[in-house]
Design a protein around this ligand. Sequence first.
Ligand code: TGC
Ligand code: FAD
Length: 390
Amino acid sequence: KDLYQHPDYYLMDELLSEEQKLIRKSVRDWVKAEISPVIESYAQNAEFPKHLIKGLGEVGAFGPTIPTKYGGAGLDYISYGIIMQEIERGDSGIRSTASVQGSLVMYPIYAFGSEEQRIKYLPKLATGELMGCFGLTEPNHGSDPAGMTTNIKKDGDDFILNGAKMWISNSPLADIAVAWAKDEEGIVRGVIVERGMEGFTTPETHNKWSLRASATGELVFDNVKIPKENILPNVKGLKGPLSCLNQARFGIAWGALGAAMDCYDTALRYTKEREQFGKPIAAFQLQQKKLAEMITEITKGQLLAWRLGILKNEDRATPAQISMAKRNSVETAIKIAREARQMLGGMGITGEYPIMRHMMNLESVITYEGTHDIHLLITGMDITGENAFN
Ligand code: TGC
Ligand code: FAD
């Protein structure tokens, strides 16, 4: 029996369509059947569960908003958010795989690619037959991608790509990489690099304490010959990769709340069952304070994410609004995970419960897709008009 009742303190379900609720049910059932039973062991073994790729494609996690003509699910943004929420309730690392594939690989090919590129790559990316990764961050340029040194130079009709990217989710298993590089005029361009191209390697990054069930690595480009057909023709400049980040950050705004809900749900059940001093620990004021604050923050986050989804559907969400929601949801989730872990006492540090895994995963989520502080500065700049980055 599925005892899980997602927190819905403000009757948010009334704001969802029947289709959105059906999507949630089908993804939730899939997560429960396929992710929950195996994720702890994959995380402990620092291994990506490759066998989940096909199912992720089937539940519509790869490119939910991409039109069906190109193999996407053609859904609205709230449905996309719901899918990310349910997957991240399972594990942030698996949600990362979906975010990268849908928002950071399929989206740029759809939004900035030629029709030939869309037809060649999107349907196979939607099913997971092809896996992709997104290369923006470099060893010396993380928060400040404008400083990137990866570059392409003309070589007859083609290009030669040189440079290196670091911290790239899915790089060790990806068939293609959407990488960002400066051309000879210093303008950022998008390049589709295919595994097997000479001079392209993807060394794996080991010893992570976070997102252990997600494969992370580098992208190394050593004089890689790129046919001109592999350049994304329809975008120039940093707004190319940053537009992709808007899509992925939106997904995280919903996704991180999924991790928060799982931690809250686990802590609520545990405290009702666990007895100390002759009564359930849920009967003590200090535990109730923690639970009450958790549900309050989750509810505020849900309202923010839902409203952002409406604005996205109407194409009115600004990048700064997306930053605020990403930052708020991840902070909510990481604080809830830390409190929930304590509420389980010693049991909270074990793999018997998902909380410590969520907590460690969220240390990456609060850093990637723009750090917590970078998103704060984006809000600061938006409301003051003053750039405090440099
Ligand atoms: P700035 O001068 O402000 O902007 C340059 C151009 O970009 C435009 N722009 C945006 N366009 C679309 N969406 C956005 N969010 C945009 N933000 C800016 C801007 O209008 C301008 O366009 P134009 O036409 O005038 O040239 O850029 P800046 O160099 O000052 O940097 C701004 C800053 C710091 C906010 C930005 O660079 C930033 O967001 N830094 C954080 C980097 C980041 O988030 N990296 C993420 C890497 S990918 C990743 O982490 C994947 S994790 C995957 C997973 O597993 O889920
Ligand atoms: P830095 O930019 O060096 O920042 C270090 C600290 O300085 C941070 O606290 C930051 O907030 C602060 N800081 C920086 N600039 C300022 C400023 N102006 N004012 C105040 N404080 C500042 N990238 C990709 O391109 N593709 C991926 O798929 C991808 N996946 C990732 C997966 C994982 C598990 C991780 C950990 C990262 C991933 N990243 C990916 C990279 C991620 O986006 C970067 O780590 C992130 O953008 C921060 O860059 P950095 O690590 O170089 O930190």
